[in-house]
Design a protein around this ligand. Sequence first.
Ligand SMILES: C[S@@+](CC[C@H](N)C(=O)[O-])C[C@H]1O[C@@H](n2cnc3c(N)ncnc32)[C@H](O)[C@@H]1O
Length: 176
Amino acid sequence: MPGNEVTILRIGHRPERDQRVTTHVGLTARALGAKGMYLAASDKGVVQSIDDVVSRWGGNFFCLDNVKWRSSIQDWKAQGGTVVHLTMYGLNLPDVIDDVRKCENVLVVVGAEKVPGEVFGLADFNVAVTSQPHSEISSLALFLDHFFSGQELRNEFSGSRIRIIPSKAGKQTEEM
Ligand SMILES: C[S@@+](CC[C@H](N)C(=O)[O-])C[C@H]1O[C@@H](n2cnc3c(N)ncnc32)[C@H](O)[C@@H]1O
């Protein structure tokens, strides 16, 4: 995937109820080729869970909490990056993915509770993964798979302490 980098911005996170889903947003992003996740809330529990996975399973995925969503988006654009907001109200993924793929530094914004209307205007692309309501995890997974054209499924994660030996049946792992 030369040149193509994707980073996630998770907004609307409520620590008392979204911890598990936000952690899964981060783990999905990591597994499917994103570079890291900014979290627009304070939640060291999410950061710790993701860092634990990275230290065991490898790669360089980062998770940073306490960012301000508005300035993160504005700074990203000021530095020449592209902002994609995943929303069921946007243009359908297959209709825009070729244009998004031409952009090298993509920040993908996913919400939790109701997303502020301002985000729609700040985004370069409002992208729907179908015009039906579902989840930030499923929409992010499909977006990343389309963005990377499925090649992310073959990614290797360097520096892992454990790795799975894919097997037809049973569980095989190797401690490094
Ligand atoms: C559970 S939804 C809540 C959305 C909220 N009710 C609203 O109106 O903004 C959480 C997030 O999942 C993502 N999402 C859900 N369905 C989607 C879809 N069909 N296409 C793209 N993103 C979607 C969006 O990023 C959304 O902010």
